[in-house]
Design a protein around this ligand. Structure first.
Ligand SMILES: [Zn+2]
Length: 492
């Protein structure tokens, strides 16, 4: 039997903290309560999956990784359409366009490889999310297995052997029960005994996709969490039975939360009706290119005040529009009156679209009583399904907890934290200095030995207003690390 990894890192896509109850997720609940919990954890903005996958893998803000939206117009990759970061083919194209450095910060895999250590990944998330957890896995010789699109798996010979032994992979479903069970079989019966990684990352696609299509509190979503929890329990049992279980630390997180998709707005059509020339590219004389979902990232064809002002002033008048962010301001107030500066979001990069907005969100519960809902647009989900990407506290407040001999037991950290703090925490445990690209902090308050309390957290709320609306963005600062807490809009 090979030694256990130093860290097993389990990611539950989209899991909301309020649904980790003894009834729905008994193994996870007991693990969190017995270990070290970070109830004030926040994900990166926008609270979408691939932005957060890259951020957590690099321990860095989106402005450092360069993965700043799930879907965006980047003419370096495609001149005629949006890049969808979930898709294997699009990620291959993006890596070619950027000479294999689409992600512009070293990830955990790169950093560990420099020290002769290796990461293995087994994921049922999208091929793009799986890729972004270790973008250079193939060059590094690290194992990365992608159950949603096996073409994203590497090394090819090992992936082919695993598929021959364990395949065929069950079709994706909501809940994704059979596929996630097979994923756990592959972890327990192939990767752990054969690969012996120093860090194992297991990404469960549920409950995110089930939340999206069936609703937050739906029986399907509850079943999805129960299944993911049971598979997590199998990992815990495997570790408990190993002779070296004390050497293996467990970290769990979710990449973001979700809220209910309450009202669908045809944003692109409304924009065109208002005379805004928007499309998926700058072809056909479009002035704006980008995705107009619940969270939108819009690139301007010409960086001239007039076209951006027309777009943003129209947005500020729409009753469904929440916080809007523009560049070119004073670092707090955006370049266009009534908005906040995009720089507050820690996502400024050469690839970053100019204008970000989030649609309105509120606390209204779904029909099962789960709070949080919003307007949405463009997604193939039903009214009453769920979405994410915005600044509602339930979306931003991701799961983060740790357990094992290295961490305090029965401890709740009162400090803000993030899954971008996981990589610097792991690196500190390996005795490796975090590279300058890392913006997260080692979670020193969680150490079982010689815990160090961080600086007191500082909270600041930034506000901008017009005659009819006021928008707010709340940030936390802990030492040099900044966390986006939440954002909201009030109307006169
Ligand atoms: Zn996600």
């Amino acid at each position: 039997m090979k030694p256990l990894p130093r860290f097993i890192w389990c990611i539950f896509d989209g899991l909301r903290r309020d649904m980790i109850t003894p009834d729905i997720a008994p193994r996870l609940r007991a693990f969190i309560d017995g270990g070290c919990d970070f109830p004030a954890s926040r994900c990166a903005f926008p609270s979408v999956t691939r932005v957060n996958a890259a951020a957590m893998a690099c321990g860095a803000a989106p402005g450092i990784t360069g993965v700043v939206a799930n879907a965006l117009f980047d003419p370096n990759v495609f001149s005629d359409k949006l890049m969808q970061t979930s898709l294997h083919d699009h990620m291959v194209q993006a890596e070619q366009a950027y000479d294999g450095r689409f992600v512009t910060a070293p990830s955990l895999g790169d950093i560990l490889a420099d020290h002769g250590l290796k990461v293995a990944i087994v994921s049922s998330g999208s091929a793009g999310a799986t890729h972004l957890l270790n973008p250079r896995a193939a060059q590094l010789g690290h194992v990365r297995l992608s159950l949603s699109d096996w073409r994203a798996s590497t090394p090819a010979d090992y992936a082919a052997e695993v598929l021959r032994r364990f395949g065929p992979i069950p079709p994706g479903a909501t809940p994704n029960v059979a596929r996630i069970q097979l994923q756990t079989d592959i972890v327990l019966d192939a990767v752990l005994p054969e690969v012996a990684p120093d860090v194992l990352i297991v990404w469960f696609s549920d409950p995110d996709s089930t939340y999206h299509y069936c609703g937050i509190g739906s029986p399907e979503s509850v079943a999805a969490i129960r299944n993911a929890d049971a598979q997590f329990g199998r990992l815990l049992d495997h570790r408990a039975q190993a002779a070296d279980s004390a050497e293996c630390q467990i970290i769990v997180c979710s990449d973001h939360g979700l809220i209910t998709a309450r009202e669908k707005i045809e944003v692109k059509q409304h924009m065109r009706d208002a005379g805004i020339r928007i499309g998926d590219s700058f072809l056909n004389n479009n002035a704006v290119a980008g995705n107009t979902g619940y969270c939108a990232a819009l690139r301007m064809a010409a960086y001239d005040d007039a076209s951006m002002r027309d777009l943003v002033n129209w947005l500020l008048e729409q009753p469904w529009c929440g916080p809007v962010f523009t560049p070119g301001g004073n670092g707090v107030l955006g370049g266009i009156a009534g908005t906040l500066d995009r720089a507050l979001l820690a996502l400024t990069h050469a690839r970053t679209p100019e204008v970000y907005y989030v649609m309105a969100a509120e606390d209204t519960p779904d029909r099962w009583g789960r709070p949080g809902s919003c307007c949405f647009s463009g997604e193939a989900i039903p009214v009453g399904g769920a979405t994410h990407g915005g600044l509602h506290p339930i979306e931003m407040n991701n799961l983060l907890a740790m357990g094992g001999t290295a961490f305090r037991q029965n401890y709740e950290s009162p400090w803000p934290a993030s899954h971008t703090d996981i990589v610097p925490t792991m690196l500190a445990s390996f005795g490796i200095r975090s590279p300058d690209s890392v913006t997260g902090r080692a979670l020193t308050e969680a150490y079982a030995q010689a815990a160090i309390d961080p600086a007191p957290p500082q909270s600041v709320t930034h506000t901008s207003e017009t005659r009819t609306r006021r928008q707010h963005l709340k940030l936390w600062h802990v030492g040099a690390t900044t966390y986006v807490d939440c954002g909201w809009t009030e109307r006169a």
